[in-house]
Structure formats: C-alpha cells, structure tokens
Design a binder for this molecule. Structure first.
Ligand SMILES: [Zn+2]
Length: 228
C-alpha cells in the first residue's frame, strides 16, 4: 500500500475534526442539560407556591369554621341570658369559657394565616424568578445550540471532503476504532510505547510502524498506531 502514509496523514486530520465534533456534541449536551435543569427548578418553585397556597386556604377554612362556631355559641349565650333562669347561669359560664378558648384559638389562627400569606407571597416571587431564569437559560442555550450546530455542520463538511480520498476499507477500520474512542482513534508511538495507553510495543511492531506501509493496532488498547 504505497499511499498508506498519505492516508494516515489524512486520518490524523480527520481525527482532529472528530475530536472537535466530539467536543461540540458534549457542549450541546451541556446546553440541553442547562435548559432541563432550569425547567425542573421552575416546576419545583411552582409546586412550592401551590403548596403554600393550599396551606393558606386550609387555615382560612379552619378560621371560618371557628368564626361560625363562635357565632353559634354567642347566639346560644344570648338565648340563655334572655331566659334569665337561674339554671341557665351554669350553662352561660360554660359557653363563655368555650368562647374564651375559641377566641384564643382564633388569634393563634390569625397569626398562622398571616405567616402563611407571607409564605405564599415569597413562594410566588420565587416561582416568578424561576420562570424568568428558565426563560433566560432557554434563550442562552438555544443560541449556544444554534452556534454549535452551525459549527458541527462546518466540521462535518470538512470531514466529508477529507475522507473521499481514503480507501473504504481503511476508513471502515478507522470508523470502528473512532466509535470506540471518539476523536481519539489514532495513537502516536512514543519511545516504543503506545502514546495513549502507554502499553509497550515490540521492536518488530515499531519497525513495521516506522515503514508506515500497513495499518497496525496497539495490542493493548486497539487504537490505530502511527509514527508520522
Ligand atoms: Zn495503546
């Protein structure tokens, strides 16, 4: 294979593009993950706001029921007082004690309602912030992804132009190694060792590699070896 050396030189350039494409894909994955994270944060903030609203609603209902119970007791007390019967005094005392207790509970509930209202306001604010953050993260990521896609298109175009000159069998071997090691299928020989996995190479293999007349793999990591 007289032109193997030239093909190997081309493959090194293909590998540069493959490494750039690999980095491009990772950057795109990161941009997509940013969008997903911002979306999840917004959903969580919206759920918290709904929970705070539900808690407030529960307290308001409880307070309303308490007010109804107070009104019922008040009217009962008025009725008993109107009867003015001696026997009613004990019942009036009892109801008044109940009223005092309920009024105490009512004050406590009003405190809790006020705290719950503050929590709702804070949770709504946080949800609105998360919504804005999501929108901004989405825009940033979309712009980044568009740039990366344009870059990937350019890189793929350059790659296609390079690989047309390669023998299909050689390209197939490279592609299978590149699937295993994206952007890092080729390894240089360094002082008798594989430049990537540092596995030791036999003298015979090194002298075969020097000739650049056949395609050879590292016996340790199976990358394609070359001594350009
Ligand atoms: Zn190796």
């Amino acid at each position: 294979m007289a032109n193997l050396a030239a093909s190997l030189d081309t493959l090194w350039r293909v590998q540069q593009l493959d490494a750039a494409l690999r980095d491009n894909k990772q950057a795109m994955d990161r941009a997509r993950a940013d969008t997903t994270r911002a979306g999840a944060a917004q959903t969580k903030a919206a759920t918290s706001a709904t929970e705070a609203e539900t808690a407030l609603h529960r307290l308001r209902t409880e307070h309303k029921e308490l007010e109804q119970e107070l009104a019922r007791l008040d009217s009962r007390i008025r009725k008993l007082e109107a009867e003015a019967a001696q026997a009613s005094q004990a019942a009036v005392q009892k109801h008044r004690a109940e009223v005092d207790e309920l009024e105490g509970k009512g004050l406590e509930l009003l405190d809790r309602i006020s705290a719950a209202e503050k929590a709702v306001t804070a949770a709504r604010g946080a949800a609105a912030e998360a919504g804005k953050a999501r929108e901004s993260a989405g825009k940033t990521a979309a712009a980044k992804i568009a740039d990366l896609e344009a870059e990937a298109g350019r890189l793929r175009g350059q790659r296609e132009a390079l690989v047309v000159g390669l023998a299909p069998e050689l390209l197939a071997v490279y592609e299978s190694a590149q699937t295993r090691y994206p952007g890092a299928a080729l390894a240089r020989v360094a002082d008798g060792f594989c430049g990537v996995c540092s596995g030791e190479l036999t003298r015979q293999l090194v002298s075969q590699l020097k000739a650049r007349a056949e395609l050879l793999r590292c016996p340790h990591c199976l990358r394609l070896l070359d001594m350009p």
